[in-house]
Design a protein around this ligand. Structure first.
Ligand code: ADP
Length: 875
């Protein structure tokens, strides 16, 4: 894993520091509560943005040895507010290890050994991390060529005290043995630093040691600290009681000499944390097995130092355990009548879908368990799939949570990563449950058809395990490593298309199709649901903004091309925003004109902050709200506003053009279909029906038929079938026998970047070919769909409703569909059927007859001069 990069510079840690001069320019790590002294090693947690920047750019990416030398400066205590409040003297150090994690937030920790002091001259760069010009204060020499100076009295006294300290400690501890060794060998100028780093001292005391550049001063400053520590140890020995245990632990930690834990406060922090977790574990009602595991982990946590990387990992894990809803359930209220009311209140139309949902809920209620299939809503975006799922949750009184599966291609996303990984996290199911805080939510598996398969196992299989009622009562997330009972979660899924859902998953689900809306349905949805919602979101009301049905229809017709209503909602939102700005400006104007206290108090924002002393004024507003003078939500004083602008603002098509700009979609089909070799096909896509203008042209060449537009093999074969049919009927179509000689036909399907496949373009391809070869235009108001066979039979295809709605949206008035699809017309609203003439066809000839005004002309005349009849049906 890239998060961990163990750097170990080739520096001998045993005080044998290399003989170096430090660079003039040093990048700085600023620490709030620690001091690095030369010769000692500390661990520094890296959490601030600048420090993280430094670690990332200097240390974790291809670093050279030189770049591991950095400056450590302490924030001047008590000067937090000021910028640049850095202690003037810092320590250059060499980073010997970087560890870290990126989850739940990036956090690293550095192991740094101090080299020498420096004085900050100037900061030459602040971003992305500070860099300073520094002057080196003490020099770094190899300690072995030292010891020329005579030990002074002070040094002897110091060494003696240090010796005393060592005698008090347990020599079998390696750190103590090392200390002993150090005290004996280290030159006097480093002695104070080494000792000061080990004894207990406050931040200012340590800074004082750092500031003591002169060796004698340094020894003088450090000696009292050392003596104090000795005295404390002695006291503890004598007391030897409870209190002593705690002290001993501190001593123990200090003895390690490696932790930046000198001041007792930070130790208390970690103790508080552990105690808090312990409380929570006690308070959480979890299964026996989980409780055991939690207690065991807590035990481990207690034994860890706070800045060890393992510490935060274990703490995160325990946090997860105590936050998971092991036994929290909400009581379900399932009342079919209420469910019907809820669904109706939130959704216009969708009768079939609502009926299926109610049936599902009723059956579930009767059976009294959850082991039924999982509902899966399939349809284009923005048709209300998510919103129905939310309604189900509301109706049942269960909390709702959503798990987006789009783009998930790693089974660990569902199942979680092993905890030993750096940056490991629980899977999405467990995360969702942690957030929703109950064990029986309605969980939406959004975009289940977008689940991918990558190199890291099949997420579909993992999901199957989650959904399988036989297995999911003991679902074991890899991170959590404890079984969690998912059997009470009510899963609901959504998808755009069924074709990419793996069969085993599909087997578990009860599919409910949610098709697109007609123009009329959209207008109603806009008026009844979207507009009120947007008004409220923008702090407006229908007294301020009035949008008629016609205006909504204008938005739908000229600014949207979609099966659902999502763009419509956005566009209505844009109009509301524009009006809200106007209202806000006017309000400001009139407030500036007359700032009486009465008007001031109508300010909605102020209302929240108002305190007791304004209770009278508040009462006044409330009174006025009761009589309806002040709208409660928007906080706008309407009567005042009316003096300045005409209310409500009527949003008519002209205003819509002003706000939304020129129309985005206009039915440009008529223009495009006005040359031979162009026809309009209808396609089904996961995002709804689509009108597709297919074009073909002839050029000199010899490669026959060229197809472009990312076509799948089925579609290419359709083209070949169409071509064969045309060859077969060349005579009837009055084409030369070798009409394709030295010629090539290029056919293109638009939206060339999107993959297309399926047989339903057959009739369109054929029509395009006939149009091109006979040099006649196809009627511009006709769209078509249908599969063809070699013999010219038209076979039924899918997605008729979506295709018809798309044709209707595009303003086409005739749609040619296979006769066998007649049954699908039942689903089509009358409002659409009234405006579209549906031509049911059995054969290719019937298609051509509908597509061309003058099909009989194309067929030419027979030898005996009688105009040819349309070909007899071959069925
Ligand atoms: P999907 O999940 O199908 O992509 P959403 O549920 O997010 O679509 O719906 C988009 C928006 O359209 C939501 O604000 C939703 O409330 C609204 N909406 C969709 N269909 C209807 C409907 N039949 N009645 C009322 N509002 C609807």
């Amino acid at each position: 894993e890239s998060q961990k990069s163990g750097l170990s510079a080739a520096v001998d840690l045993k005080m044998g520091l290399p003989h170096v001069t430090i660079p003039k320019k040093l990048p700085l790590i600023v620490v709030a509560d620690g001091v690095l002294l030369p010769g000692s090693t500390i661990r520094i947690p890296v959490t601030t943005v600048k420090n993280i920047n430094l670690v990332r750019s200097r240390l974790t990416s291809g670093s050279k040895l030189a770049s591991t030398i950095i400056g450590i400066v302490t924030k001047e205590p008590g000067k937090e507010s000021k910028v640049n409040a850095l202690h003037e003297i810092g320590t250059a150090g060499v980073v010997i290890q970087v560890t870290g994690t990126n989850w739940p937030r990036p956090s690293y920790s550095l192991l740094v050994t101090g080299l020498c002091r420096f004085r900050l001259q100037s900061i030459i760069q602040e971003h992305p991390y500070p860099v300073a010009i520094v002057t080196q204060l003490d020099d770094i020499k190899d300690i072995t060529d030292e010891n020329d100076e005579q030990p002074t009295e002070l040094v002897s006294e110091f060494k003696e005290a240090a010796q005393k300290l060592i005698n008090l400690l347990d020599i079998s501890v390696p750190a103590v043995a090392k200390l002993k060794d150090l005290v004996e060998r280290v030159p006097s100028r480093q002695l104070a630093d080494v000792v000061a780093a080990l004894v207990r001292a406050t931040l200012p005391e340590r800074l004082q040691v750092l500031d003591a550049i002169d060796v004698a001063t340094r020894l003088r400053v450090t000696l009292p600290l050392l003596l104090r520590h000795i005295q404390r140890l002695k006291d503890v020995r004598e007391a030897g009681s409870e209190e002593g245990n705690k002290e001993n632990r501190i001593v123990h930690i200090s003895r390690g000499g490696r932790n930046l834990l000198p001041d007792p406060d930070s130790l208390d922090d970690s103790e508080n944390e552990v105690a808090e977790l312990e409380e929570k574990i006690k308070a959480t009602n979890m299964p026996e097995e989980v409780h055991k595991a939690a207690v065991k982990e807590l035990g481990r946590l207690k034994r860890m130092a706070q800045h060890m990387p393992d510490y935060s990992m274990t703490r995160n894990y325990l946090d997860l355990i105590v936050e998971l809803p092991w036994s929290i359930t909400v009581k379900e209220t399932c009342n079919i009548r209420k469910a019907r009311e809820d669904l109706d209140a939130d959704h216009y139309g969708l009768q079939k879908v609502k009926r299926r949902v109610l049936e599902y809920l009723a059956v579930r209620q009767l059976r009294g368990d959850l082991k039924g299939p999982i509902l899966c809503f399939v349809g284009p975006p923005g048709v209300g799939k998510t919103s129905i799922a939310k309604s189900i949750a509301t109706t049942l009184g269960r909390p709702y949570c959503r798990m987006s599966l789009g783009g998930v291609s790693d089974q660990h996303d569902i199942r979680g990563h092993r905890r030993t990984y750096i940056g490991a996290m629980p899977g999405r199911v467990i995360q969702a449950l942690r957030n929703v805080k109950v064990k029986n939510p309605v969980m939406l598996l959004d975009e289940i058809d977008k689940l991918g398969t990558g190199i890291h196992g099949d997420p579909g299989a993992a999901l199957l395990e989650v959904l399988d009622p036989e297995q999911n009562s003991t679902f074991t997330d890899t991170y959590l490593n404890l079984p969690f009972d998912l059997s009470q979660v009510l899963f609901v899924a959504t998808a755009n298309s069924l074709s990419t859902i793996a069969t085993p998953l599909l087997d578990r689900m009860e599919v409910i199709h949610v098709p697109g809306y007609t123009q009329e349905e959209k207008v109603m949805i806009g008026q009844l649901h979207l507009l009120p919602k947007q008004l409220q979101e923008h702090g407006l009301s229908s007294d301020i903004l009035d949008m008629s049905k016609e205006s909504i229809a204008t938005i739908i017709g000229e600014y949207t091309r979609e099966a659902g209503v999502r763009t419509l909602e956005r566009k209505i939102g844009a109009v509301c925003r524009a009006i809200a700005v106007q209202v806000a400006e006017k309000r400001r104007d009139h407030e500036d004109e007359a700032k009486t206290s009465e008007e001031m108090i109508t300010e909605a924002e102020d209302r929240d902050r108002r305190t007791e002393q304004h209770a009278d004024e508040t009462r006044e507003i409330e009174l006025r709200q009761e009589v309806g003078e002040v709208p409660q939500q928007s906080g706008i004083n309407l009567s005042k506003l009316r003096e300045h602008m005409d209310l409500p603002v009527i949003v008519d098509p002209k205003l819509i053009y002003d706000i939304l700009g020129p129309p985005i979609f206009q039915s440009g089909l008529a223009g495009r279909v006005s040359v031979p070799g162009v026809a309009v096909g209808l396609a089904w896509t996961p995002v709804g029906g689509e009108v597709m203008v297919v074009e073909a042209s002839r050029t000199v060449g010899d490669s026959g038929l060229t197809l472009t537009g990312q076509l799948g093999s089925v579609m290419q074969e359709s083209a070949k079938i169409a071509m064969s049919w045309v060859r077969q009927h060349a005579f009837l179509l009055q084409l030369d026998k070798d009409f394709m000689k030295d010629e090539e036909i290029h056919m293109h399907f638009p939206a060339g970047a999107i993959n297309k496949d399926g047989p339903s373009a057959g009739v369109t391809i054929l029509t395009v070919l006939v149009s091109l070869l006979s040099n006649r235009c196809v009627r511009s108001d006709v769209a078509m769909t249908g599969e063809i066979t070699l013999n010219g039979v038209v076979l039924p295809v899918g997605g008729i409703k979506e295709k018809l709605l798309a044709a209707h949206r595009a303003g086409l008035t005739t749609v040619v569909i296979p006769a066998a699809n007649k049954k699908d017309l039942e689903d089509i609203p009358n409002s659409v059927l009234n405006e579209i003439e549906v031509v049911l066809v059995n054969t290719v000839e019937e298609v051509l007859q509908a597509a061309f005004d003058d099909f009989t002309d194309i067929l030419g005349e027979n030898d005996d001069g009688v105009p040819a009849k349309p070909l007899p049906s071959k069925l």
